[in-house]
Design a protein around this ligand. Structure first.
Ligand SMILES: Nc1nc2c(ncn2[C@@H]2O[C@H](COP(=O)(O)OP(=O)(O)OP(=O)(O)O)[C@@H](O)[C@H]2O)c(=O)[nH]1
Length: 220
């Protein structure tokens, strides 16, 4: 995979039932980017209407630079036709449930199925996220059964808490690395007319020895 002077953009969505904590998880992740001060307290968040957009840049293990375009989707059923229209344009999804809400866990297969039905099997990489892990006393989904579900669906599992800032970076890093691996192995392919992954080439500025080349510009 070419690295120097180039980077990728990965489009990733957070999917899951209403109020499982998708916005809080995403706000915590975006606030944790280098140079951004962490929020002092988890803010009271309003339910998402349709889809909202965020981004964060990442440097991967081998020096590859990735810009994550992050889509926060509404969990409520009445927005489903809007969120569905985004599935085809993403390469990764965090399937989020609330460890204190059994129903949200039971709906994970439906979320997965819905994306697969829209996208086809070779486009999306998933991560199962058990959120609100700080609420241990009211937990009703064990880590073991979540692991089993993740394995049966062919994805990794991470438990997170926006309140404790626990494993937030790990969740996004795990998904990003899995996308990178799928790309390197050819399981996912770059396609001109598909926005899930964009390859952004930043050409060098012309030096004395490159006078005949067209001056390049960064398209990011
Ligand atoms: N204890 C605890 N509460 C959380 C955590 N993350 C979010 N919450 C709370 O859960 C509630 C719902 O959080 P949101 O982030 O709005 O959930 P959402 O999944 O984006 O909801 P929709 O936009 O309706 O789909 C809010 O009251 C949050 O404060 C967490 O890690 N721990």
């Amino acid at each position: 995979m070419e690295v120097e002077g180039c980077h990728f953009q990965f489009r990733i969505a957070l999917l899951g039932d209403a109020a499982v904590g998708k916005t809080s998880l995403l706000l915590r992740y975006v606030a944790g980017a280098p140079g951004i001060r962490e929020p002092e307290l988890e803010p009271e968040v309003a339910p998402t209407v349709g889809v909202e957009f965020y981004s964060r840049a990442l440097q991967l293990r081998d020096g590859l630079r990735v810009k994550l375009q992050l889509w926060d989707t509404a969990g409520h059923e009445r927005f489903r036709c809007i969120t569905r229209s985004f599935y085809r344009h993403m390469v990764g999804a965090l399937l989020v449930f609330d460890v204190t809400n059994r129903e949200s866990f039971e709906h994970i297969r439906d979320w997965h199925q819905e994306v697969m039905a829209t996208q086809g099997p070779d486009k999306a990489v998933f991560l199962l996220v058990g959120h609100k892990s700080d609420l241990q006393s009211s937990r009703c989904v064990s880590a073991q059964e979540a692991e089993e579900l993740a394995t049966s669906l062919g994805m990794a599992f991470v438990e997170t808490s926006a309140r404790n800032n626990s494993n937030v970076d790990l969740a996004f890093d795990t998904l990003t690395s899995a996308i990178q691996q799928a790309l390197q192995q050819g399981d996912i392919k770059l396609e001109e007319d598909w926005g899930g992954i964009r390859f952004i080439h930043k050409t060098r500025s012309p030096g004395p020895s490159s006078r005949n080349q067209h001056p390049g510009s960064c398209q990011c």
